[in-house]
Design a protein around this ligand. Structure first.
Ligand code: PBG
Length: 356
């Protein structure tokens, strides 16, 4: 860094738009005999913008939101500074604000009181439950925003698992039967997309068939297809008080070491009727996003998860990184890897940043 300062004879080249002329001539004796100078295309910001391969847009963003019972309250999630659980009335304000910023879709997650949790996640298909209520209210208040609902048992499970537990094991097919009921209740309430995040086998097909049988042919499925068993979900589980009460999620979520298996999961979900496939988490799995983008013609979503959010917030709070620049660089990397859509808790911040 000190090179220019330490050697006053070193040419002081302007770094910015001011360097707008290409016609500065170098003395022939100093010219290297190379045909290609990639730096020609990086000379000014205008030029860099013209040759930019990836552009992050507000249309790419999906905003995940936490909803809780009650009125007139919002609680900050301690491990996710700047993220809140909202009661429904305040959630509506947040959704309106997001929509006004150009964000086209939200993904809803509920904080369920302990006394409503059980092993079978019964509350998940209560037609008057928190999520169906929230969907109806949002669709009335902000009809044009797309509402994506999470299909999984963990926020409703007394065991903190995404499926019904029996003898310490997670039952697959019995769980799928409950997920189908949950998806139907969400469709009935007005969800545009249901998003199974549970990783049970066969759930996408079962949900598609059930939706169609009831006539919900336009309700889409955003499938968490390649969802890894990840430590990056920690802050989210704080937000919903949904951490597993025993063990981990490795018998249903994927092993972080596997890439080919992600393609298998994506193929299965597509064959079962998924409309959009997702990779989750995003940042440590950019290679998976890239491979899946090359593998399918469906839109690919990536989930910039809670732990990725928390790491940036924590470092920024110490002034160790430039928060805004790191957010944009991180989300751009996901788009560059192949994500068409990005679920991110930074959605509103990014929308504001993109407005300039
Ligand atoms: C639950 C679910 C999780 C997330 C989204 N849906 C947590 C988990 O699987 O344990 C994580 C999102 C995040 O970390 O931001 N089915």
């Amino acid at each position: 860094m000190a090179l220019t300062e330490a050697s006053p004879s070193f040419p002081q080249t302007p770094q910015t738009e001011a360097d707008s002329t290409a016609s500065e001539q170098q003395p022939a004796s100093t010219v290297l005999r190379i045909l290609h100078r990639p730096r020609r295309l990086r000379r000014t910001e205008t030029l860099r913008r013209m040759v930019r391969e990836t552009v992050l847009q507000v249309e790419d963003l999906i905003y995940p939101l936490f909803v809780m019972e009650g009125e007139g309250q919002r609680e900050e999630v301690p491990s996710m500074p700047g993220c809140y659980r909202y009661t429904l009335d305040l959630l509506l304000d947040e959704v309106k604000e997001a929509y006004d910023l150009g964000i086209g879709a939200i993904a809803l997650f509920p904080l369920i009181p302990h006394e409503q949790k059980d092993n079978a996640g019964t509350e998940s298909y209560n037609p008057d439950g928190l999520i169906p209520q929230a969907v109806r209210a949002i669709k009335q208040a902000v009809p044009n925003i797309l509402v994506i609902t999470d299909v999984a048992l963990d926020p409703y499970s007394s065991e903190g698992h995404d499926g019904i537990v029996h003898d310490g094991k997670i039952l697959n097919d019995e769980t799928v039967a409950v997920l189908v009921k949950q998806a139907l209740v969400q469709a009935e309430a007005g969800a545009d997309f249901v998003a199974p995040s549970d990783m049970m086998d066969g759930r996408v097909g079962a949900i598609r068939r059930a939706l169609d049988a009831k006539g919900w042919i336009n309700v889409g499925i955003l499938a968490y297809s390649a969802k890894y068993a990840s430590a990056y979900y920690g802050p989210f589980r704080d937000a919903l008080d949904s951490a597993p009460k025993f063990g981990d999620k490795k018998t249903y979520q994927m092993d972080a070491a596997n890439a080919r298996e992600a393609i298998k999961e994506v193929d299965l979900d597509i064959s079962e009727g998924a409309d959009i496939v997702m990779v989750k988490p995003a940042l440590a799995y950019l290679d998976i996003i890239c491979q899946i983008k090359q593998h399918t013609h469906l839109p690919v979503a990536a989930y910039n998860v809670s732990g990725e959010y928390a790491m940036i917030k924590a470092a920024a709070a110490q002034d160790w990184i430039d928060e805004k620049k790191v957010i944009l660089e991180t989300l751009t990397s996901m788009k560059r890897a192949g994500a068409d859509l990005i679920l991110t808790y930074f959605a509103k911040d990014v929308a504001l940043m993109l407005q300039g």
